[in-house]
Design a protein around this ligand. Structure first.
Ligand code: FPP
Length: 260
């Protein structure tokens, strides 16, 4: 049994996270360490994306959300922005037949009109071409920041209230969730950040209220299926209390035990 199979054999398939979100960090440092240009790190990062998508799909995870390009990333040197946009458009087009074959549905999340035309066309084409797929949903966050998303939702709800479509008392947590870019998607159970930093960087702030956080020093281009499987194992060893006491959670688990 190889190492990956060994880790997988310890994962409980009945308690998988439904939704995994990943902050893919460390491409630049990976390239630096090898004395190569940052763009090489991003190119290698695309291979890591391929592995993460394949692993999520094979394991039967329902939703995978990737932070591919943040609103703040627009402030990087223009050459790096151009490289990233080119790579993202190129990668999505190259992977499309494989995504369709594997029943993966692409959903774009973020300020998509801001993406340069060429990459945007390829991304929108992939979203349309996979709209019938019913396996893994891959949410790609592009030109995305959580505060942008929350401000958009607030503007939309304020407009509806001003027009009398809703009243202010209709604004509940559920209605806010339904007006975020991730509407209809369950909140992430597990958030992974690679690259050693332990912060959230304006990612899914509303949605991760009760997510388990997993930080690893592994740089994104080095992130293997084994690392992903370890993160899931770690997640399964935690007790999710959602504000309740440990005793309450354990009682509920006991109530759910099949009576055999
Ligand atoms: C963070 O590393 C990574 C990014 C800003 C871009 C991530 C994008 C990819 C891996 C390509 C995505 C492709 C698809 C198809 C989704 P960094 O540059 O911040 O690294 P550093 O912290 O070491 O400088």
């Amino acid at each position: 049994m190889n190492n990956l199979d060994d880790i997988i054999s310890r994962i409980d398939p009945t308690r998988l996270p439904r939704h995994v979100a990943i902050i893919m960090d460390g491409n630049g440092r990976w390239a630096n360490q090898l004395g190569r240009p940052r763009s090489d790190g991003h190119a290698e990062g695309v291979s890591a994306v391929h592995r993460a998508v394949e692993f999520s799909s094979d394991m039967g995870i329902e939703y995978l959300t990737l932070y591919a390009f943040s609103t703040e990333n627009w402030n990087r040197p223009q050459e790096e922005v151009d490289t990233l946009m080119y790579l993202i458009g190129w990668a999505i087009e190259r992977e499309l037949p494989d995504l369709i074959r594997n029943n993966v549905k692409i959903r774009l999340v973020g300020d998509i009109p801001r993406i340069p035309e060429d990459a945007r066309r390829r991304l929108l084409n992939a979203e349309k071409a996979t709209s019938h797929c019913t396996g893994l949903t891959l949410l790609m966050c592009l030109s995305y920041s959580s505060r942008w998303e929350i401000a958009e939702a607030a503007r939309r709800l304020a407009t509806q209230a001003a027009e009398g479509v809703i009243s202010t008392s209709d604004i509940t947590e559920e209605l806010i969730s339904a007006n975020l870019a991730t509407a209809g998607v369950p909140d992430p159970d597990l958030l992974i950040r690679t690259g050693g930093e332990e912060r959230i960087s304006n990612f899914l702030l509303w949605q991760i209220a009760y997510s388990e956080l997993y930080f690893t020093p592994v740089l994104w281009p080095d992130f293997q299926k084994e690392n992903y499987a370890e993160a899931i194992l770690d997640y399964q060893n935690r007790e999710r209390r959602f504000g309740k006491t440990s005793a309450q959670v354990q009682q509920k688990d006991a109530d759910l035990e099949p009576n055999i």
